[in-house]
Design a protein around this ligand. Structure first.
Ligand code: 1GP
Length: 248
């Protein structure tokens, strides 16, 4: 049922755009999609820790009408399921010890996901770094301290052993700083599944550093809301890496 090998890959660098359906107006979606199309963004993630406006379905439909980029739900809870998406990240918050985010929401969402027919990507989701992000508060879980790569390595290994299709290391949306290069390098060297890095990436240099350290996919959200051109800058860097990968 899952297509993570097609969507997320270790054979090329990828760029994902995260859209918060509560924040984005139709006009903003048009602008973001235009830049995403131009820069060949690989994946559009849609979701949020807490959605209060009921815009998820409309947001996905709107994006599907103006872009061919796969739209993947990045759910904050079991209510964020829609048959209109191409896939859903079936997130297990493996950095935390809150059973609701390890299995509870999954049980509630599983029938709706099965019924929707969308592809389901089992994802080992790891929060790293600062307290105080929305996801940390809403998930009622402790992030892995940024200074403890050993814990991150063991957690990512366990995620892979549990059958996750990818590991998503997230500093949380709007985090004061992105995941450190050392942390990315350590986790990447310990796993054999795609590694997605997000949270707090604000410029192309930080995205480049994440790719260099071993990120297979970089996620940007907050910065693209005010500066959609960043997608084009990061995409150029991504293409450079991919050309190098093809040559080597
Ligand atoms: C958050 O990784 C994403 O879950 C993106 O974070 O909004 O900080 O880019 P930003």
């Amino acid at each position: 049922m899952h297509i993570n090998k097609l969507l997320f890959s270790q054979n090329k660098k990828q760029l994902a755009l995260l859209i918060d359906p509560d924040k984005a107006t139709s006009r903003q979606l048009d602008v973001l999609a235009l830049h995403a199309n131009q820069s060949q963004v690989d994946i559009i993630l849609v979701g949020g820790s807490l959605l209060v406006n009921g815009n998820l379905e409309n947001c996905i439909s709107h994006l599907k009408s103006i872009s061919d980029i796969p739209v993947v739900i990045f759910p904050g809870n079991s209510m964020q399921v829609s048959p209109k998406a191409d896939a859903i990240l079936f997130l297990s918050l493996i950095s935390g010890r809150n059973a609701e985010f390890l299995i509870g929401h999954h049980v509630i969402a599983a029938p709706a996901i099965k019924h929707s027919g969308i592809n389901c990507i089992p994802t080992g989701y790891m929060l790293v770094g600062a307290n105080g992000t929305s996801v940390q508060y809403m998930s009622n879980s402790h992030p892995i301290p940024a200074s403890k790569p050993d814990i991150a390595i063991a957690t990512a290994m366990a995620g892979e052993m549990l059958g996750m299709g990818l590991i998503y290391l997230d500093a949380g949306s709007g985090a004061p700083s992105p995941i450190s290069n050392e942390m990315i390098r350590s986790v990447k060297s310990a796993i054999g599944i795609p590694l997605v890095i997000g949270g707090g990436i604000r410029n192309a240099d930080q995205a480049q550093a994440a790719f260099e350290a071993g990120a297979d996919c970089v996620v940007v959200g907050t910065v693209a809301e005010s500066n959609p051109e960043i997608l084009i800058e990061i995409s150029e860097i991504k293409h450079l890496f991919n050309r190098r990968l093809v040559k080597s």
